[in-house]
Write a protein that binds this ligand. Structure first.
Ligand SMILES: [Zn+2]
Length: 166
């Protein structure tokens, strides 16, 4: 590969998570990108799912959420994403767990670390889909089919929620 700094064809894999140039020593480390996921329930305890508008897994079910921007904390990213996707304001954000995920977009595989939060919504009246979401559904967790879920981490979360009594 060509080195992005010196342009020589000397850019090689240095470890499973880094590339190094053997000429100018330029090195790139590859780390997981941070993403946030919201578990939101209505009064009946049903879980809020979105329908993905775009690839990967367009048309399949997902949880609301998205990527964390530079200089943004996870809670702020979660508030922003839920506002953008569903026009909802969340509160009482509680961290639950994290799951490594793979996100393939336009032929490139991105590794993410998905941070999962439970949060509440005071008023669902304002709900309206936008951004990368084409629809939403409240589903009792025992009625959700894993096959309808697109992303690997979302499937994992559904499995965990199905076995968690709360
Ligand atoms: Zn170089």
């Amino acid at each position: 590969m060509f080195c992005p700094r010196c342009g020589k064809q000397s850019f090689i894999e240095d470890s499973f998570k880094s590339f190094k140039c053997s000429v100018c020593s330029f090195r790139i480390f590859m780390n997981a990108g941070a993403a946030v996921i919201a578990i939101i329930r209505n009064d009946k305890g049903e879980v809020l799912f979105t329908t993905r508008k775009h690839a990967p897994f367009a048309g399949m079910l997902d949880f609301p959420g998205g990527f964390v921007d530079y200089e943004e904390n996870a809670e702020k990213a979660l508030r922003r994403e839920i506002k953008e996707e569903l026009n909802l304001q969340i509160y009482d954000i509680k961290y639950l767990l994290s799951i490594p995920n793979i996100y393939e977009f336009e032929g490139i595989v991105y590794h993410t670390l998905d941070l999962v939060f439970a949060c509440k919504v005071k008023d669902f009246e304002t709900i309206q889909t936008d951004d990368d979401v084409s629809g939403f559904k409240f589903i009792p967790i025992d009625k959700v089919s894993i096959d309808d879920i697109g992303l690997r981490s979302a499937k994992e979360i559904v499995k965990i929620l199905k076995t968690t009594i709360d």
